[in-house]
Design a protein around this ligand. Structure first.
Ligand code: ITT
Length: 198
């Protein structure tokens, strides 16, 4: 198995990505195995830039092929906020509940539907290459949050074509449609093809 280090401390992301790489020749480890690894400064202006910052920082430190994921929620009526600051929308030390409350307060008074999308930029980096991938999923923000699966804004997001929130979907169901699954399945395919060519 070839090790890839996933530059994240987010347990929700890690669970989803490990599942996507199941059955592949790659073993996914993460910064949760190196809990003292300092917080990476995400000062890029785009998801792609931040994903590259995460991949590069971790690749240069460990010298193991690395993947960074920068993702978030864009809400049309909020001019695509919270965007790249999705994890810190309600402040520097905000948790998921704080961010969800802040989102609903920003939307209160605005007419439904609250169209939104989740986006994910994933960047792979090793000594010879950088590979970019991207995924998004459209849906709507609902006022009455539901479900305890997933993480982040999942309980408030109903993907198009569904009556359930992302928080109500099982991991396998979320991995059929999510922004992250689109980005990471593509990355897995490319990496497997490159390996076969060797
Ligand atoms: P790492 O940087 O350690 O990977 P993070 O949580 O800080 O973890 P980001 O900077 O990419 O990651 O911020 C992503 C935020 O966007 C995340 O904390 C959620 O609030 C939101 N988000 C991203 N993907 C999501 C998903 O699949 N479901 C719900 N919310 C999501």
């Amino acid at each position: 198995m070839k090790k890839i280090i996933f530059a994240t401390k987010n347990k929700g992301k890690l669970r989803e990505v490990k599942k996507i790489f199941e059955g592949s020749p790659f073993q996914i480890i993460s910064l949760l195995d190196y809990i003292d690894f300092p917080e990476i400064k995400e000062d890029g202006i785009s998801f792609r830039e931040n994903a590259l910052i995460k991949a590069r920082t971790v690749f240069e430190h460990f010298n193991i092929p690395a993947i960074g994921d920068d993702s978030g929620l864009e809400v049309e009526q909020l001019k695509n906020a919270p965007g790249v600051i999705s994890a810190r929308y309600a402040g520097k030390n905000a948790g998921d509940d704080d961010n969800n409350k802040k989102l609903l307060s920003e939307l209160s008074g605005l007419p439904e539907p609250h169209n939104a999308r989740f986006v994910c930029a994933a960047v792979f980096m090793d000594e010879t290459k950088i590979i970019d991938s991207y995924g998004e999923v459209n849906g709507k923000i609902v006022k009455d949050g539901k479900g305890y699966n997933g993480f982040g804004y999942d309980p408030l997001f109903v993907p198009d074509g569904y009556n359930l929130t992302m928080g109500e979907l099982e991991l396998d169901e979320k991995n059929k449609i999510s922004h992250r699954s689109i980005a990471f399945k593509r990355l897995r395919n490319i990496l497997e093809q490159l390996m076969e060519r060797k």
